[in-house]
Design a protein around this ligand. Structure first.
Ligand code: THU
Length: 133
């Protein structure tokens, strides 16, 4: 699957966004090392802070199916039908991605190709924990 196709899958995933509060629809398409693609959308809640982002929906879908190794994620977000403006991942999603992905995870946005380390150059991860479990 090309970067363009993965981005198109993210735009398609945004169709299922449940965003009656922000009216900002986000879709993510996460490519696993095994070639499978897990999509996700943002799901909001009347108790606003319980909202989950599209990226975390996709990661949790994959991990809950036993898939924990990933090559790339495409993200698309818009408050209308124009997904041409880039939608970079929020800090919470970066931290969740960083749990499962190395610096080289490809992050594909509408304005190009990036690496996880472009967004999160220094990360808190399990190596900081004293017993490195
Ligand atoms: N959102 C995402 O789905 N991913 C991000 O990385 C940033 C923000 C969602 C959360 C909320 O439903 C809406 O966008 C507006 O913040």
């Amino acid at each position: 699957m090309t970067d363009k196709e993965l981005l198109a899958a993210a735009v398609k995933a945004a169709e299922n966004s449940y965003s009656p509060y922000s009216h900002f629809r986000v879709g993510a398409a996460l490519m696993a090392e095994n070639g499978k693609v897990y999509t996700g959308c943002n799901i909001e809640n009347a108790s606003y802070s319980l909202t989950i982002c599209a990226e975390r929906t996709a990661v949790f879908k994959a991990v809950s199916e036993g898939v924990t190794k990933f090559k790339a994620i495409a993200i698309a977000g818009s408050s209308d039908s124009d997904f041409s403006k880039p939608c970079p991942p929020c800090g919470a999603c970066l931290q969740v991605l960083s749990e499962f992905c190395g610096n080289d995870l490809a992050v594909i946005l509408s304005n190009g190709w990036f690496k996880l380390s472009d967004f999160l150059p220094m990360r808190f991860d399990k190596t900081q924990l004293s017993d490195n479990r």
